[in-house]
Design a protein around this ligand. Structure first.
Ligand SMILES: NC(=O)c1ccc[n+]([C@@H]2O[C@H](COP(=O)([O-])OP(=O)(O)OC[C@H]3O[C@@H](n4cnc5c(N)ncnc54)[C@H](OP(=O)(O)O)[C@@H]3O)[C@@H](O)[C@H]2O)c1
Length: 491
């Protein structure tokens, strides 16, 4: 197991301390890092929100949240109580310049790293930063963490970036895409750049196409108000799926230094072929779930989940075909799909290699399947290389695809830290490698925006699909037109 290096004592102010993200993700992540000795006992985690709950109320909520979101075996009452002693609370309307900023200032230590985590609705990012600046709370050792979404289109993303940039230097801004904190995503860098075999195969001569699937079984989970204004293209493709595409498609960076990695990802975003209005019809499919069944249980349709009878044009599913216009990736399509209420929860990247140029085996010897490298982000993180091998035993030469597997949980037999654990510690350490730089976010919006515009200008609506299926049949046609199929062998 890797040695845990403690970070120096820090102050972390979490705006939105009473919200879902803080209680479900941030406090459990900080608890694990505390339990493992990485967060020192004199670190201060200061919750800030408008509710009048005080230190005790915040600690009680934290205690309850840990009971819900940390495995019982990992909850030690003594450690929980020492962790809760690091928690403090200030009541504050962060949009108000005359709020209790002095109270907050008095709690903070001038000499420490200061993390301002904005776990609030994104329209508060600008006002909160402005008030932090006015109150003189931003020191050279300060960093600000922004959750997605950064804007809802290019112009609004620029506006958020400008407002935050008025107060914080770009090196102090940490834009979270929690997918980048997943072990397997970091393992992608190791797979490609710490092994000599794959990089030589990472070319148009050898790779036929790439598929990226992020499938959810859940519907709106109480976030309907936000989701109905966003849709899955903004909510998932603009950030998570494009970031995964970048890690697959980028050239080797000259070093692991944050900006060198981000420079290479940016080049990929800029090499994506822009969508013309007619492309959005031919190369994208959007869908919206209707009632159906998942795991044998009936589930309502999107409008019922939303609690309305009025039609909504918001897509809960998207499949699209993207092209990275570089020498390496010429003629290698990237098929992306993501959606809600799909049959299974899975996030996978499939790199499919080209078929054999010629076979010495009789056609009846096998059901031929091209080699595939499957990188699984969830549920069980791992990597599988599918190869054709001989079926064991007598009875003639029969071939079948077999997987060379690395299942990380079995291989390492340790708990896999949640992405937020890694990312929170990276903000304290000031390492922005796994965070999105401003130009990346804006380049991703610049690519997505013509698709949104083209959809908005069309009379047709998202195609219906039954909950529990893999989206509208047009999504299957999108890839099958090219003589390929979606990978659905999830186990
Ligand atoms: N939840 C998730 O799983 C998730 C996942 C990815 C990204 N995100 C993003 O993370 C952010 C937070 O999401 P969430 O689900 O935690 O939202 P949430 O449950 O609605 O919580 C919002 C928090 O903001 C506080 N707040 C609202 N107005 C405030 C103000 N003027 N001053 C100070 N505090 C204020 C609220 O507390 P008071 O009412 O007490 O002030 C509450 O603590 C959003 O940007 C969301 O898009 C969330």
């Amino acid at each position: 197991m890797a040695k845990i290096i403690p970070v120096d004592a820090f102050d972390c102010v979490v705006f939105g301390a009473t919200g879902d993200l803080t209680l479900r993700k941030l406090l459990p992540a900080l608890y694990y890092r505390f339990r493992d000795g990485q967060v020192p006992p004199d670190a201060r985690i200061i919750g800030a929100a408008r509710s009048d709950i005080g230190d005790d109320g915040f600690r009680k909520r934290a205690d309850t949240a840990l009971k819900h979101h940390v495995a019982a075996a990992d909850l030690d009452p003594d450690i929980v109580s020492r962790f809760c002693a690091c928690l403090h609370y200030v009541r504050l309307d962060a949009t108000q310049p005359d709020a209790e900023w002095d109270g907050l200032r008095q709690m903070l230590d001038q000499a420490r790293v200061r993390v301002f985590y904005l776990a609030t609705s994104p329209d508060l990012y600008g006002p909160v930063c402005r008030n932090l600046g006015r109150a003189g709370l931003v020191t050279p050792l300060s960093r600000v963490v922004l959750e997605k979404p950064i804007g809802h289109d290019l112009a609004s993303a620029r506006e958020v970036n400008n407002r935050v940039g008025d107060v914080f230097d770009e090196t102090q801004i940490f834009r979270i895409d929690h997918y980048l904190g997943k072990e397997t995503v970091q393992n992608l860098l190791a797979l490609r750049f710490a092994n000599s075999i794959f990089e030589r195969l990472w070319t148009t001569d050898v790779i036929d196409h790439v598929q990226i699937t992020v499938a959810e079984t859940v519907g709106l989970e109480g976030r309907g108000g936000y989701f109905d204004k966003a849709g899955v293209l903004r909510d998932m493709v603009q950030n998570h799926l494009l970031q995964l595409l970048c890690l697959i498609a980028m050239e080797p960076p000259v070093s692991l230094e944050a900006d060198r990695v981000r420079d290479e990802k940016l080049k990929v975003l800029r090499a994506l072929r822009p969508f013309e209005p007619h492309d959005a019809v031919a190369l994208t499919v959007r869908g919206q779930y209707t009632q159906g069944a998942i795991d044998g249980k009936p589930v309502p349709g999107y409008l019922a989940d939303l609690g309305t009878n009025d039609p909504s044009h918001t897509e809960t599913f998207v499949a699209l075909k993207a092209e990275v216009r570089t020498w390496r990736w010429a003629n290698v399509p990237f098929y992306l799909r993501t959606g809600k209420r799909l049959p299974t929860k899975v996030s996978e990247i499939v790199v499919q290699f080209r078929a054999l140029p010629f076979s010495i085996f009789p056609p009846e010897a096998a059901e031929w399947q091209p080699n595939r490298l499957i990188i699984r982000l969830q549920p069980q993180e791992g990597i599988r290389l599918e190869m054709m091998t001989k079926d064991p035993g007598p009875g003639g030469l029969r071939l079948s695809p077999t997987g060379l597997d690395i299942r990380f949980d079995a291989a390492f037999n340790i708990r896999f830290p949640d992405a937020y654990e890694r990312l929170l510690m990276d903000t304290v350490r000031g390492n922005p490698t796994l965070f999105m730089r401003r130009d990346e976010v804006e380049a991703a919006w610049a690519w997505v925006e013509p698709i949104l515009d083209s959809w908005a200008g069309r009379p047709d609506h998202p195609r219906p699909y039954s909950a529990g299926t893999w989206g509208p049949t047009a999504a299957i046609a999108l890839i099958e037109r090219d003589g390929r199929t979606w990978h659905e062998g999830f186990e």
